[in-house]
Design a protein around this ligand. Structure first.
Ligand code: COA
Length: 385
């Protein structure tokens, strides 16, 4: 019997900070309105170099360092994201390449803000089934690239960042003890992010709804989402605690999806637990969608909020609609030194990039020697037809 233990964690936040006052210079809002309605004071906004894949890589590299796991020992990489740069190659495949984790399978998972909890559950099941030993689970988002910066009801809420954990299969009981996942597609219109295809096809003629002004940007019914969120947090937490055969008194910490302080206050009241049981960093990071739980987890560990043998719950909710929770027995002592520096320049990862480019070059050379046309030449041919 294998148990899936969290043995490493890491996160990455862009350096650029956008405060509520800064937001008020973009849309008609104020620090007072945003803070009282959401608890958010500031969020991080990625620059051009800080792509979803790059931030996911940084978070994963830090998590692997904490876990003391070499990228070559990784069997699987799952990236939960709603903001990939491409539908394919997946963000996870890009991360696999950046890490030089050449033995790992890799795929993205789409469950909006619940994505990390879904991915954690998939990873734990895979380990428990004996199909993988070390799995990297990442939540990474560049929400700033999919926001309608004229819609003050949504753009004030979100931020960018990435968080990751390393799950390891061990025969010691503990780790992910129980999970619960749910979905209600009938509420898909309450929170949605249409895909923006840059296709030369006359899409509007086939699918007029895709021709809306907000194609490719996030839209939300705030009040309905608020009601949904408070209900499913309570239900998911109660369900996962029961599944693990525990009671609320056994729970040391809840790391919720960081959407809004008011949502958490309402959920805490309904669960009859003090608000302090919930770890919150939404004031500093905003809502980073699938990245919010692993980022908050890292900060909670660094703040000393988790001790060995504590039971911690991760609970998420979001577009789909989706929701879910995992109950984890925290059984590792944090290392004394935290890995905070940029990993991009680490010789291990520079070497991974060199090897990747050499493989690409090798493929091109092979194609050239065998006389097969380059992708550009193939495109030119198609254009002429
Ligand atoms: N600044 C100032 N005024 C704003 C504003 C902003 N950023 N956004 C909206 N308003 C205005 C509205 O235009 C409206 O004005 P009106 O009464 O003159 O029409 C008023 O504030 C109330 O708008 P409403 O949307 O009803 O506000 P609300 O109290 O429901 O708060 C949210 C809005 C988004 C903060 C709240 O609904 C919420 O937090 N929902 C959950 C969202 C969430 O967590 N989503 C992610 C889930 S993963």
């Amino acid at each position: 019997m294998k148990y899936a233990h969290i043995v490493g964690w890491g996160h990455y936040l862009p350096e650029r900070i956008l405060t509520n006052d800064g937001m008020a210079s973009i849309v008609d809002t104020s620090n007072e309105w945003i803070y009282t309605r959401t608890g958010i004071k500031e969020r991080r906004i990625a620059n051009q170099q800080e792509t979803t894949a790059m931030m996911a890589f940084e978070a994963a590299a830090r998590a692997l360092a904490v876990a003391n796991v070499h990228p070559m020992q990784v069997d699987m990489i799952i990236v939960a994201t709603s903001t990939p740069a491409h539908m394919f190659p997946s963000t996870a495949s890009q991360v696999q390449d950046y890490l030089g984790a050449s033995r790992a399978s890799a795929f993205d998972l789409s469950a909006a803000c619940t994505g990390f909890v879904y991915a954690l559950s998939m990873a734990a099941n895979t380990i428990q089934a004996g199909a993988a030993q070390n799995v990297v689970v990442i939540g990474a988002e560049t929400m700033s690239r999919v926001l309608d910066w004229q819609d003050r009801g949504t753009c004030i809420l979100f931020g960018d960042g990435a968080g990751a954990v390393v799950l390891k299969g061990l025969s010691i009981p503990g780790g992910i003890l129980a999970s619960t996942l749910g979905s209600d597609g009938s509420g898909g219109d309450l929170l949605s992010l249409p895909v923006a295809y840059h296709s030369p096809l006359p899409f509007a003629a086939i699918e007029p709804s895709l021709n809306g002004h907000n194609r490719g940007t996030l839209s939300m019914n705030g009040r309905q989402v608020f009601r949904f969120a408070t209900r499913v947090i309570v239900d998911s937490v109660q369900e996962v605690v029961a599944k693990a055969g525990l009671t609320m008194a056994d729970v040391a910490l809840i790391v919720p999806h960081q959407a809004n302080v008011r949502i958490i206050e309402t959920a805490a009241k309904r669960l009859k637990v003090p608000e302090e049981v919930f770890y919150l960093n939404v004031d500093r990071a905003g809502n980073t969608s699938a990245a919010s739980i692993p980022i908050a987890l890292c900060e909670a560990v660094e703040a000393g909020r988790l001790k060995p043998d504590d039971n911690v719950i991760f609970v998420g909710f979001g577009g789909g609609l989706t929701w879910g929770a995992s109950l984890v027995k925290w059984d590792v002592t944090p290392p004394e030194v935290y890995i905070a520096e940029r990993n991009w320049r680490d010789p291990r990862y520079v070497w991974a990039r060199v090897k990747s480019r050499m493989r690409r070059f090798g493929r091109r050379l092979e194609g050239w020697l065998s006389g097969s046309p380059t992708p550009e030449a193939r495109l030119r041919k198609t254009d002429k037809r």
